[in-house]
Design a protein around this ligand. Structure first.
Ligand code: ZN
Length: 477
């Protein structure tokens, strides 16, 4: 769930700032760890806590204000039997509202937010309002139809700030970020941070240096500041050029996501293939955490109030958080290996199955259960784009029940989960390899669920089809 919300959230951000993607570039979000540079660090931290806390309250306040307005106006239309497509009647209602509220009903203005949250700097209110209103607009139809509830923003969410409020500089050879919170002259309010790169495996220092050098191909937008536990981060979506590689446009790599093996990759031609993420120790850690989580849950249920229960609930939250972090870094590792394999093969395209859960009607519970798969696909896509590799989704129809050697399709060709045995040609294959090869060679590229034979079939008969991932590892215990 956390992952899902974060994804949609950052997509909204990028959409606002960039519109359509430019050719041959991609967006990568740098996560820069900041440390406060100040004489009175305590006062600065107090201010940061205040801003981040006000920002999430303001986000909820803006969103619920929008919702309330829309509900009200709908009732007015309904009661007066006004056709919402009749511009003249609509305008009349709008004017009435304007006299009543002193403002047009759609606009939650800067002034309203300023009044409610006077300590929030304007570099935050402007961008925050924009983002919250935009994501409200996207979900509005479903909310008014009653099929989803109002999005709730949580404490610890990244705080929007304007691009102009973030300034990079170099002081004593170190990268420094100045957050300009507004005000003029003597009243100007600045917070200064040093960027801490740590081991810098992703080479963030180099990218920041390129931004500092004003390299034209590197630009950032929609920065956010995130306070997580006691760490402070600057999240910076940077548009950078794709790697210029010689890739074979006719060669694809198929990725099969599954239970037995987290990912299996195979090239559409030749024999290159590889299971990814088979490291037993990692899976074992995950299993242990899940088991511990369940045991804790059981003990929480049996506890009767008092400090014991509170302590255990906190302990459980920590285990859950640890597991989410674990799955996240695990997905990072798997996606990295998948893309490395494609780069080694010089494949022009990576193909994956379209997962369920993209449709509007898919339940939150389903997405919650399967977020780790969505995240994995998203990470593969992100990393592939950086290498200039295209990513497409294919119809999952029959991918695991068809023989990759002779094309024969019969149900029950998988006597065991891990094995594929062809009833026609007798091919005896690793089931994941067989599926990955079928995916790599598939020409049934789809962009939405409705185009998939697999989903059509499932809708008609409630048949469970080929997919194996629905029962796979999930983040929730
Ligand atoms: Zn066969």
């Amino acid at each position: 769930m956390l992952g899902g919300v974060a994804v949609r959230y950052s997509l909204v951000l990028m959409g606002i700032q960039w519109g359509m993607a430019k050719e041959n570039t991609h967006v990568r979000t740098l996560k820069l760890k900041l440390s406060v540079v100040a004489e009175d660090k305590k006062a600065v931290w107090k201010r940061i806590y205040q801003i981040t806390s006000d920002a999430w309250k303001a986000a909820n306040w803006i969103a619920s204000g929008q919702y309330l307005n829309d509900q009200m106006i709908r009732r007015v239309y309904a009661r007066r039997k006004i056709d919402p497509t009749n511009m003249e009647s609509v305008q009349k209602v709008e004017e009435e509202f304007a006299t009543f509220f002193g403002t047009k009903r759609q606009a939650t203005t800067e002034r309203d937010i300023k009044q409610e949250f006077p300590d929030l700097p304007s570099c935050v209110t402007n961008s925050l309002n924009q983002v919250v209103v935009a994501s409200y607009g996207k979900e509005k139809r479903d909310m008014l139809a009653g099929t989803r509830s109002l999005r709730s923003y949580r404490q610890g969410m990244p705080v929007q700030t304007s691009k102009a409020s973030i300034e990079f500089s170099v002081v004593d050879g170190e990268h420094v970020v100045t957050w300009k919170l507004g005000g003029h002259g003597d009243k100007a309010e600045h917070i200064t941070f040093r960027v801490y790169y740590g081991r810098d495996k992703a080479n963030f220092r180099l990218i920041v240096q390129r931004i500092l050098d004003g390299e034209q191909d590197y630009d950032y937008s929609a920065p956010t500041i995130q306070l997580k536990d006691r760490d402070l981060f600057l999240l910076l979506p940077v548009r950078e050029p794709n790697q210029d590689r010689k890739l074979n446009p006719d060669l694809s790599v198929g990725v099969d996501l599954g239970v037995v093996c987290p990912a299996y990759v195979a090239a559409s031609e030749g024999t290159a293939r590889r299971p990814i993420g088979f490291e037993d120790d990692l899976l074992k850690t995950r299993m242990q955490m899940q088991w511990r989580h369940r045991r804790l849950q059981a003990s929480v249920v049996s506890a009767r109030g008092g400090h014991g229960r509170e302590r255990k609930t906190r302990a459980m939250e920590r285990v859950k958080e640890a597991e989410r972090n674990f799955v996240h870094s695990y997905n990072h590792m798997i996606s990295k290996r998948v893309v490395e394999f494609a780069v080694q093969q010089a494949a022009g395209t990576i193909k994956m199955e379209m997962l369920e859960g993209f449709g509007e009607e898919e339940s939150q519970a389903f997405i919650l259960r399967n977020w780790s798969y969505f995240e994995l696909q998203r990470l593969i896509k992100e990393k592939a784009l950086r290498e200039g590799i295209k990513v497409v989704l294919v119809d999952p129809f029959h991918t695991s029940q068809t023989c990759s050697q002779c094309g024969n399709y019969t149900e029950g060709q998988r006597p065991e989960q891990a094995k594929f045995l062809c009833a026609a040609c007798g091919a005896d294959l690793n089931a994941d390899y067989n599926a990955a090869l079928n995916i790599a060679r598939s020409s049934r590229v789809v962009t939405k669920k409705e185009e998939c034979e697999y989903h059509k079939l499932k809708q008609r008969s409630g048949h469970d089809g080929d997919q194996t991932y629905a029962a796979g590892p999930t983040a929730e215990g």
